[in-house]
Design a protein around this ligand. Structure first.
Ligand code: GLU
Length: 273
């Protein structure tokens, strides 16, 4: 019995050792990869690949007739490319959703995320953020005439629609613990679900909901925003050279008026001081 046990231990040890060797190889490469300077790679490739939303009116929306993605986040990303590489055309865009953006950054599919992304302590464990470039707050979108006037009205039996991987989906469980939350892959799907009566309200940042209310006049925002959602641009953890350049670019576009122009173009008001 003892013999069998020790044999089992030896083979288990061998398996662990082999696995460790195997992962050492790939980890070795992976850690080399993450240590690689993204800013240097951006300069070598002469382009920056940004992860952006493509279904979010006002921030990142694909224009079906031109095929171009347009919005506040897109214009900010273009100006960053202009400041870092001298030409806004050197910004390349890849579609992300709230759920896929961090994994795509970790995989090296994108260099930075500019996608309505709130800076949170939890996310800071996984990625590094730039300075705040937009201030939003979570709110509710309902059909005009709805009985839901604020988050307090989302009691037992009410259904709220949200998007996977968003802070909104987490926050609403705290703010309306009695309501059930239905999660979708992206905002286009969530809004379609609201329109087809699958829920009483859709919850996300007011800035995103304004875009939906703008698209369909039968829907409106209701109640006051109930969270703070400061947006930041995310880079891979430890990519401080890139983060520094992004912050320098944000500062520059705020001081030379480009930021205000972008803000007025999409948000239709002056940025708050
Ligand atoms: N700003 C919130 C977040 O980062 C909601 C918008 C989104 O899903 O991107 O989760």
């Amino acid at each position: 019995m003892k013999k069998i046990l020790s044999l089992a231990f030896i083979s288990l040890f061998a398996v662990i050792l082999l696995a460790a060797c195997g992962s050492k190889g790939s980890n070795g490469e992976a850690s080399k990869e993450s240590k690689k300077d993204t800013l240097a790679a951006i300069k070598d490739n002469d382009k920056i690949v940004f992860g952006v939303k493509t279904d979010t009116r006002l921030f990142g929306l694909k224009n079906p007739s031109s095929g171009e993605i347009e919005g506040f986040d897109i214009d900010i990303a273009k100006q960053i490319a202009k400041d870092i590489l001298g030409d806004e055309k050197k910004a390349e865009f890849k579609e992300v959703t709230s759920k896929t953006r961090i994994p795509m950054l970790q995989n090296g599919d994108i260099d930075a995320i500019v996608a309505t992304m709130t800076i949170t302590e939890e996310r800071k464990k996984e990625v590094d953020f730039s300075d705040v470039y937009f201030e939003a707050g979570q709110s509710l979108l309902v059909k005009k005439g709805s009985k839901i006037k604020s988050v307090e009205d989302l009691g037992k039996g009410s259904k709220v629609l949200a998007v996977k991987g968003s802070t909104s989906s987490q926050n609403i469980r705290e703010k309306a613990p009695e309501a059930s939350v239905l999660e979708f892959e992206n905002y286009a799907e969530a809004f379609t679900a609201l329109k087809s009566g699958q829920g009483d309200a859709l919850t996300t940042d007011n800035a995103i909901l304004y875009g939906m209310a703008d698209e369909n006049k039968n829907y409106q925002l209701t109640g006051e925003p109930f969270t703070d959602e400061p947006y930041g641009i995310a880079v891979k953890k430890g990519q401080s050279a890139l983060a520094k350049e992004i912050n320098a670019s944000l500062k520059k576009m705020k001081s030379d008026g480009r930021y205000d122009d972008i803000y007025k173009k999409w948000i239709k008001e002056d940025p708050a001081e």
